[in-house]
Design a binder for this molecule. Structure first.
Ligand code: GGG
Length: 355
């Protein structure tokens, strides 16, 4: 029986509550489909930072490199500045393991109501392909004349040909694989005249290699309004690091809750482990109350199974989620229920076993 060695980083806040539910469901899928997991837990995150001065140990990347995948909850706490927690844990993992694709599916599930009018299941189903290694998230820059009236801060955006080409190519390959008809690019080249025009140029070059797939592009401001007015039109959206981050919060919002959104940080070449985490953060306002929605974490686990090649098992988890929230009406408060995190996770794992 195949056994996967997975590094688990529950992280902070609700990460600690939703990760056990993800594991519960993945173990159930393993029992049913004939594989298992060797889970290794790492207590890294903001508490670890308070104890050691680091979000993870100095050899954290080396430790993680030995695993088949990383299953992460959430990162961030009010007691640690967000740029310290993000750049101390998530970003180094994404970059050192060349997880340059952040794949974030957006789907309206059966049993959840969209806040948009006249939208039903099937109307919203698209993929955001977020560039995950460069772009606006850069550590090139600095401050000068600190504390004087000339004080200034500069931050450079980095778009490399290699980085932009590979993410756009991934988006077109995904569209081809999933039989999706169109790839949409998020840009802002009217205002950001060097990096974004470069992005547009490369998008046009790669698009010309896929004549059977339609392509279009929108400035990010217009694109966000289209998410609200006409979300049905999207299939695959490719976006820079920052634009992808913003769109992938708005996407789940129009499908009912950020709590249900999964993501995969992929190293497509499989030279390094990939990392699976919900889109949501640590949500300190609801942490410790056993009301966080575990579905984003659970569906991130399904994406991990897909990555391992267990397509049927991944589908079984997706189906179990819809049956539990729709037919059984077992759901957390963010999507209109009154069940707890543990109740939802338990019901989904039972459903995976018995379907
Ligand atoms: N579960 C992911 C998480 O904790 N995200 C926190 C966050 O701020 N992420 C920013 C990003 O994805 O770049």
């Amino acid at each position: 029986m195949k056994k996967y060695r997975v590094a688990v980083i529950p992280g902070d806040g609700i990460g600690k509550e939703v990760v056990p539910e993800g594991i519960r469901v993945l173990d159930a899928a393993g029992d049913r489909f004939g594989f298992s997991f060797d889970w290794h837990f790492f207590p890294w995150g903001c508490e670890y930072y308070h104890e050691t001065g680091h979000m993870m140990p100095q050899d954290g990347i080396e430790i993680l490199s030995k695993f088949d995948a990383i299953f992460l909850g959430a990162v961030g706490a009010p007691s640690v500045p967000d740029h310290i927690s993000l750049w101390g844990l998530l970003i180094p993992i994404r970059r050192r393991f060349q997880q340059y694709v952040n794949l974030r599916p957006v789907k309206l599930l059966r049993g959840i109501e969209s806040p948009l009018k006249n939208i039903k299941k099937g109307d919203i189903e698209f993929y955001i392909v977020r560039e995950n290694n460069e772009g606006e998230y850069s550590n090139i820059g600095g401050r000068i004349y600190t504390g004087t009236d000339q004080e200034m801060a500069v931050q450079e955006t980095v778009f490399t040909r290699k980085g932009v080409e590979r993410i756009i190519r991934y988006a077109f390959e995904l569209a081809k694989k999933l039989n999706k008809k169109r790839v949409t690019s998020a840009t802002k080249s009217n205002g950001i005249i060097y990096t974004m025009t470069y992005w547009d140029e490369i998008f046009a070059e790669i698009a010309s290699l896929y004549p059977d797939i339609e392509h279009d592009q929108y400035h990010i401001d217009n694109l966000t309004t289209l998410f609200i007015r006409n979300p049905q039109r999207f299939s695959v959206i490719v976006a820079s690091n920052l634009f992808g981050d913003i769109l992938s919060d708005l996407g789940p919002a129009i499908t009912g809750s950020l709590g249900i959104a999964p993501s995969a940080n992929l190293n497509p070449e499989r030279k390094f482990p990939s990392m699976f985490e919900p889109v949501h953060g640590s949500a300190p306002d609801i942490a410790g109350k056993n009301i966080a929605n575990p579905i984003g974490q659970i569906l991130s686990g399904a994406m991990m199974l897909e990555h391992f090649g267990h397509i049927e098992a991944a589908k079984a988890i997706e189906q179990a989620v819809e049956i539990v929230i729709s037919d059984k009406c077992i759901k957390t408060p963010d999507i209109g229920g009154n069940s707890s995190t543990v109740e939802v996770g338990t019901a989904i794992s039972e459903m995976v076993k018995k379907q």
